[in-house]
Design a protein around this ligand. Sequence first.
Ligand code: NAD
Ligand code: UDP
Length: 328
Amino acid sequence: MKNVLITGAAGFLGSHLCDRFIKEGFHVIGMDNFITGDKKNISHLEGNDNFQFIEHDVTEFVKIEGELDYILHFASPASPIDYLKIPIQTLKVGSLGTHNLLGLAKAKGARILIASTSEIYGDPLVHPQTESYYGNVNTIGPRGVYDEAKRFQESITMAYHRFHGLETRIVRIFNTYGPRMRLNDGRVIPAFMGQALRGEDLTIFGDGSQTRSFCYVDDQVEGIYNLLFSDYVEPVNIGNPHEISIKDFAEEIIKLTGTKQKVVYKDLPIDDPMQRQPDIALAKKILNWEPKVTREEGLKITFNYFKTLSANELLKREHKDFKNHIRK
Ligand code: NAD
Ligand code: UDP
């Protein structure tokens, strides 16, 4: 049985990856420090012989006993609200954390896949975004802590590949959604759905003309799985190219949820990208992959998930308490 270490296992994408690898017959070691994740995302795996969990902060030396065949590094705050609240941890997990995991991969002779992001394109001047575009990032802006950590992550990963001959893969993930997102993480889908469920107005940032392209989690996991087992080393975009403006998206959510509320307009956050759409020609060609789940289907499943949350969770409006993770 092959062993795979998945960091960020208690998070949204990490927990779905744990499920997929267990289903495919792997022994999965999940690792997380719960800074933005939640135990309940992996509670269904408790007692499963093919799953082991280690609570650990990957910015500290990572020790794993025995053999390791694959590493998927998904630990990192991922929502703008989260990484603005914990900027130093965000920089550290992308840099020190990635360095530790590359070192572990080298020691074990494991293949490692790194979760990068469309944010490395910044506020893109090229549309749609192809892998050959170098990006337009404000290094010192508030989002820079995430964008630059991810850019460094790609850079050190390629250096380990070139210098040490390490087997590496890099996925550039575009906005992905689905069950197990944190309702109050501030990302637009949980934000709008939470507002609809609480009977609040939907908050559009800016004039809503900015665009995003939303990918359902099962499609994303399939793309990542195919990439890990491909022989392609350079970054690959994985996302759904169906682009929509945030204003039109709010209307879609109003229709889907049946909320009687209206939209209200708030300030646009600094450096909020104006348009984002993946060019997925490369993934289609080398991975024979493309998304299958329509936005209508994916949003329905996601809304049904949020409807199952307790009233308590629904009303919990404040973001996660990050204080435990700040060293005195
Ligand atoms: P998430 O916040 O749900 O999951 C991240 C997980 O990493 C959490 O469980 C958190 O506790 C854990 N973590 C953070 N720092 C850690 C540390 N130092 N040590 C151990 N664990 C730590 O976010 P997500 O949406 O599941 O994102 C997962 C990965 O995918 C991230 O690397 C993110 O940058 C990338 N990504 C996600 C999206 C998306 O749309 N969901 C888009 C682009 C990139
Ligand atoms: N957004 C919004 N209202 C909200 C939350 C987000 O209009 O309550 C906008 C946000 O400004 C951005 C888009 O929705 O333009 C997607 O935001 P998200 O935080 O999901 O991810 P991003 O793609 O910016 O990382």
